[in-house]
Design a binder for this molecule. Sequence first.
Ligand SMILES: C[S@@+](CC[C@H](N)C(=O)[O-])C[C@H]1O[C@@H](n2cnc3c(N)ncnc32)[C@H](O)[C@@H]1O
Length: 246
Amino acid sequence: MADGMLAHDGMPTRDGMPTSDETLARDESLTRDETLPRDHGTRPYWDARHADLDDLTSGGHIGLDRPGNELFYAHRLGTLLDLIGDLSSPTAPLFVLDAGCGKGYFARALARCGHRVDAFDTSRTAIDHARAEGGGPRYAVALLDEWRAAWPYDIVVCVDVLFHVPDDEEWAAGLRNLASLVRVAGRLILTDEDTDRRTPRGAHIVHRPLTAYRAELEPLGLRHTLSRPYGFRENRVGFHVFTRNS
Ligand SMILES: C[S@@+](CC[C@H](N)C(=O)[O-])C[C@H]1O[C@@H](n2cnc3c(N)ncnc32)[C@H](O)[C@@H]1O
């Protein structure tokens, strides 16, 4: 079980789902027996990056200055909200998972929009920062391929994380796990560069083509329904939306 997943205030209640009290009771018992997520090759890199760089640069674009990253985040948030839609209901909030949330920019923004947000990242440094910011999301330290939830999510977002997983097996396992967390008719919104082949860039980046994502996700019942390039300066990354139809 991922640590931190459970040290939080009440969870949303749904028919057939645990109530807040039930969840809290379970959470409290599990937080007494916290286990760290397994060792992970790129965690030291991300912990150092999140410790050394400011809240936007560490998870944004290290080639941009602060105003550039403000624009980069705001621009992508607008697109992300457009892709998620304008539904917002206090009685039936969307259940959203932000996988690889970094310091929580998107998680907090989605919570402000009325959604119930769970968020995790491999970097404890990033999660400590995100928790200190507060703002509603529940945070955990976890890996893409190990996060488990008691219920499926309406929306799973994974922004600029999957191309930071250099190992192909780990990438595929993470992607399959994220797919398993999406409810029927729900959406997995991930990002990668528009490329026609597997494209490594340095030690920490491997871009993969849309065909590679489709090959993993379509057998699991997720259909590619939309792509939307960031359209930010020279950046070639964009959102891919997959919708679960079975
Ligand atoms: C470029 S940052 C993006 C962070 C956040 N999504 C954002 O847009 O602000 C990539 C994040 O992915 C996290 N990460 C990398 N590999 C991961 C994995 N296998 N499981 C979970 N998180 C991972 C890193 O710690 C880092 O915070």
